[in-house]
Write a protein that binds this ligand. Structure first.
Ligand SMILES: Cc1ncc(COP(=O)(O)O)c(C=O)c1O
Length: 396
């Protein structure tokens, strides 16, 4: 390993919501317990990013900043080298986050009362983008096949063909199920949406986080028609653990959609600029941190294997879903026979385990947990031992 994936930094009382949540449960800094919830990593920042930020602080003035040509080139070069996507710099708009971006897309391209489709269970702010804006949820539940999830295409087409359904918020790769949609699945989604005039907003924030044997297809690469019927939302934030720098790259190849979106964005936020340090860190990451990412993925994959191996032998009541992408492992805990709020209580109070409980991703998530495994391996082992000790009381 070239990089350090074992050192951790103190995060209590630093403004990390993920960590400070633990204080409510009486966890202290001496307990060696970490939260496995919110999707940022417990790994220290790649030195290339730290150096670029230090250099910027030493040598520049912190004025208003637009993305430079060099920044945009770094983003497009990354898309070419990692995804074989010939994205153009002029397609990119920057926002402070992907959540901001999909909220804006829902507001721009649909009206109150119109339908927005989700494939559920799904990342909970996607429900918020619908509920907070007075749109209507069009629910396309995924089919749980035991170890993974499949798309119910009959239901999908039936719902997409309703003239009130205007937009699909696609999570690709999928949080929380860990699915990386295949090209074939995405092609079917793309053609059904084209046929029924449903715009696709493809949230691809997790698309760099792929487990061995899986590859990501950018939605806009499926065909020229599909490209002109979608927005692709990306960011280096998950990939390089720089979410606090709030810099996202929103690709809108179709100029009409892009103009409409930008006009709407300017109404919500009259000065839609990102932070100068966000651009610096993102460019440093895209230009210099490919090896850091590859090593990071190997640590995540080792954590996944450690969990699967342990659960197979010691926790037969728990079912680990296949992790194809993201660092968010989806575990079916229904074998414990606990109602979902009771499962949460047992995890927090007895096992001192702070996952994201599955019910927050929709009713199909009840009885599941989402485990953020982007952390040094020792924390995984500690958590597994606590699971074994506490869960054995419930499965007699
Ligand atoms: C699917 C998905 N989209 C967006 C985000 C957050 O994006 P941002 O921090 O850029 O708003 C997350 C974070 O967990 C996510 O899982």
């Amino acid at each position: 390993m070239t990089y350090d994936f074992t050192t951790t930094h103190k995060r209590f009382h630093t403004g990390s919501g993920k960590w400070d949540e633990l204080l409510k449960f009486g966890v202290s800094e001496n307990d060696d317990i970490i939260p496995f919830s919110v999707a940022d990593m417990e790994f220290v920042t790649a030195p290339e990013i730290v150096e670029a930020l230090k250099h910027e602080l030493d040598s520049s003035i912190m004025g208003y900043a637009n993305p430079t040509d060099s920044y945009l080139d770094s983003v497009c070069s990354w898309m070419k080298s990692r995804r074989n996507w010939d994205a153009k710099p002029e397609w990119i708009l920057n926002t402070h986050g992907v959540v901001d971006a999909f909220f804006e897309a829902v507001k721009t391209f649909t009206r109150p009362g119109e339908g927005v489709m989700l494939m559920t269970p799904v990342y909970y702010p996607m429900y918020m983008a619908i509920n907070f804006t007075g749109r209507v949820l069009v629910d396309n539940p995924l089919i749980n096949t035991g170890k993974t999830y499949a798309i119910d295409f009959d239901d999908f087409e039936r719902k997409a063909s309703d003239p009130n359904t205007k937009l699909l918020l696609l999570c690709s790769p999928h949080n929380p199920t860990g699915r990386v949609w295949t090209r074939g699945e995405l092609e079917r989604i793309g053609s059904i949406c084209l046929k029924h005039n449903v715009l696709v907003v493809s949230d691809e924030i997790h698309s760099d986080l792929l487990m061995p044997g899986h590859s990501h297809t950018v939605f806009a690469t499926l065909s020229d028609e599909v490209r002109d019927n979608c927005l692709v939302l990306t960011a280096p934030s998950k990939t390089f653990n720089i979410a606090g720098l709030q810099t996202s790259n929103i690709f809108i190849p179709n100029p009409k959609l892009r103009e409409k979106y930008f006009a709407s964005l300017k109404c919500s936020n009259p000065n839609p600029k990102c932070n100068i340090l966000g651009y610096v860190a993102s460019e440093a990451a895209y230009r210099g941190c490919a090896l850091w990412l590859d090593e990071c993925l190997s640590v995540i994959d080792a954590n996944r294997r450690a969990i699967e191996d342990f659960v197979r032998v010691e926790l037969p009541c728990v079912r680990v879903h296949d992790l194809e992408g993201t660092y968010l492992l989806w575990l079916d805990m229904r074998g414990l026979g606990l109602e979902c709020r009771e499962l949460e209580r047992v995890n927090h109070e007895e096992a001192r385990l702070f996952f994201d409980e599955g019910y927050i991703f929709g009713s199909q998530g009840e009885g599941f947990v989402r485990w953020n495994i982007a952390c040094p391996e020792r924390y995984i082992h500690g958590a597994l031992e606590r699971m074994k000790r506490v869960y054995s009381e419930y499965v007699k």
